[in-house]
Design a protein around this ligand. Structure first.
Ligand SMILES: [Zn+2]
Length: 110
């Protein structure tokens, strides 16, 4: 049980870093779109929103999972991290679908 606390700190550090870097990358992509008016950059910037939302959700789930057991959750809240992993991997799947649709559009224009 004692080793759970540094592990939780490491998770919080990693996900906070991910959220910060993701937000900066998203800002740079929107700025690049603003400069170039490129639809590819806009698509990439919009995709970054998914990354930032997924990171924010993961951060929330790590914070929520640390709550002690209560009346409605007598075994604690740790299982929310499995749900979060499912949602985050689902967002990755949605990005692949988007990339596939984008390639379809590019090929249909040739
Ligand atoms: Zn609860």
């Amino acid at each position: 049980m004692m080793s759970e606390i540094p592990e939780r700190k490491a998770r919080l550090y990693a996900i906070s870093l991910s959220l910060m870097v993701g937000s900066m990358v998203m800002a740079v992509k929107f700025y690049a779109y603003w400069l170039t008016d490129s639809s590819a950059l806009l698509s990439d910037a919009l995709e970054s929103i998914i990354n930032v939302v997924a990171s924010a959700f993961a951060l929330w789930s790590i914070l929520f999972s640390g709550r002690p057991p209560d009346h409605t959750h007598p075994y604690g809240h740790g299982k929310v991290e499995y749900f979060s992993a499912f949602v985050v991997s689902g967002s990755g799947f949605m990005k692949k679908v988007r990339a596939g649709l984008w390639l379809e559009v590019v090929h249909s224009r040739r």
